[in-house]
Structure formats: C-alpha cells, structure tokens
Design a protein around this ligand. Structure first.
Ligand code: CAA
Length: 246
C-alpha cells in the first residue's frame, strides 16, 4: 500500500510542486487548503486530473487546533494513517517593525508557526505507535538570516527549525525523522506580490541571479520523505541559490 503524504498549504505555489512530485514518487497525496479557497481547490483538482494525477483536497484553517483535528480525522478515515507530513502552509504580512500591528504579527505566527504544532500534534501519536514517520517543515532563508520588513515571518520561520530540532530528538529512536527545508526566494504568487524594484534588487543579491522553481524545493522534500533516507534528522536543508551559506 502506498504511504499517505499530507501537505498543508498544498494548493499553493510550492505546495503544488510538492504534491505532484510526491505522487510521482508513489505516495497517496492529500492536500490541505484554507476554507476560503474551496473554489480554487476544485479548479486545482481538475488541473491535476488533466495531468493524470489524483489528489484529494481537504479544507481547514491550520491555525485552529480544532479545525485541524476535524480535518485530520476525516483524512485518516478516508485514506488511512498519515505517514508523511509536509508543513507548507504559510503567509506573509511584510512591513517594517515600526508600522507592524498586532494583527500582522499574530496572523503570521498563527499560520506559519502555530499550525506546525496544530497539525504535527495530531499525527504524532500515530507515527509513534507505528514506529514510522517523515515530517518536513518548510521554513525559509529569512528564518536563518532575518529580512528587513519580516520580523514576524523571520521569527516564525526560525521557530519552525527550533521545533524540528527538538522533535527530531523525540522521534529519533522511534523511526520518525523531522527535518526543515529552508527555501530561498521561489517563483510563486508570494514573491510576485513584492514590489518590482524590491524583487529585482533581491534577485541581484542571489549568487545564482535567479529565483528557485517550486520543483527545486519539491525535490528536496522528496529526498526527506523517502523510505531510504531514514538517517537524516534534525537537519535544515538550504535550497537558496547561494543566498545564505553557513
Ligand atoms: N536593509 C536596510 N534598509 C533597507 C532595506 C534593507 N534590506 N530595504 C529597505 N531599506 C530602507 C530603504 O532604503 C528606505 O530607506 P529611507 O527611508 O532612508 O529611504 C527604508 O528602508 C524604507 O524602505 P521601503 O521603501 O522598502 O519601505 P516600505 O515601507 O515601502 O516597504 C517593505 C517595506 C514592504 C518591508 C519592503 O521593504 C519589502 O517588501 N521588502 C521585502 C521583504 C521581503 O523580502 N519579503 C519576502 C517576501 S517572499 C517570502 O517571504 C518567501 C521567502 O521565504 C523568501
């Protein structure tokens, strides 16, 4: 039986590439989207079907523990236990700290960081019982180096890797790996939302002089999700075109 892989934010720019790659690698893939995106998700499913790929989508606000719990129970009832979890849901509310309001801070911490607790907590016990699991947290180069205008986002993304390192220790002797991927700037709606001037100046500072393609992030996820790569845990894999090296 194919292992079930669940991707939060699965219909987004990076999420879509992750879902399609994991299907090609033989997983049964289930994608989450926000409740406000039901129509987009239906169209997304049709697009995937046209590519010959079947991916079920489930709506839930992953910043809510209760709503996430409801969704996970539905997924497990329909598809069986989740053995691969990719925490990919994320948003930006960029602004200088001087202008940042509590709503902008809280939205980013809730969606980007608290969601990681909300989802992982609800698949963890099953992974422990079965003695198998792969958890991949999609962080960001900006969690590693900070970014002007992103105190909220950088804090959440840095927090994700702290979570990864701590949980990796709890899962290490139980067959569960927990890892972070820190993408650089990726060609998606999120980076397109930036002002042209800001975006071009960022690209100019990337040693490879280009943004990543979503498939280049998905390829790193596929590596960490594979049965064969059970000895990598607590790692933070940068996929950033050389933007940050350490
Ligand atoms: N370092 C130091 N100073 C900077 C700076 C930087 N990186 N960027 C701008 N400044 C300075 C400017 O020169 C300007 O100085 P003066 O007031 O002296 O002229 C001042 O800061 C204000 O700059 P802006 O005009 O940019 O301010 P703004 O309020 O119009 O915009 C902002 C602020 C929205 C945060 C804008 O700077 C911005 O969009 N920055 C990019 C943020 C970013 O990288 N977001 C990533 C989104 S994609 C993503 O998050 C995915 C991922 O994981 C990588």
């Amino acid at each position: 039986m194919a292992r079930v892989a669940f991707v939060t934010g699965g219909i987004g720019g990076i999420g879509t590439a992750i879902c399609t790659r994991l299907v090609h690698d033989g997983f049964t893939v289930v994608a989450n989207h926000h409740p406000s995106e039901c129509e987009i998700a239906e169209a997304w499913k049709k697009d995937r079907a046209a590519e010959g790929i079947t991916i079920d989508t489930y709506s839930a606000d992953v910043s809510s523990f209760e709503d996430t719990g409801r969704m996970i129970a539905e997924i497990v009832a329909a598809h069986g236990p989740i053995e691969v979890l990719v925490n990919c849901a994320g948003i930006t509310r960029d602004t200088t700290f001087k202008k940042m309001q509590p709503a902008q801070w809280n939205a980013v911490i809730n969606v980007n960081l608290n969601s990681v607790f909300n989802v992982t907590r609800q698949v963890w016990d099953g992974m422990l019982e079965r003695g198998y699991g792969r958890i991949v947290n999609i962080s960001s180069v900006n969690g590693q180096r900070g970014q002007f205008g992103q105190t909220n986002y950088s804090a959440a993304k840095a927090g994700m890797h702290g979570f990864t390192m701590a949980l990796a220790q709890e899962g290490a002797a139980k067959g569960i790996t927990v890892n972070t991927i820190s993408p650089g700037y990726v060609e998606t709606a999120m980076t397109l939302a930036m002002d042209d001037k800001v975006r071009n100046s960022i690209i100019g500072g990337i040693p490879m002089r280009r943004m990543a393609q979503p498939a280049e992030i998905a390829s790193a996820v596929a590596f960490l999700a594979a049965d064969a790569n059970g000895y990598v845990t607590g790692a933070n894999i940068p996929v950033n075109g050389g933007l940050f090296m350490h």
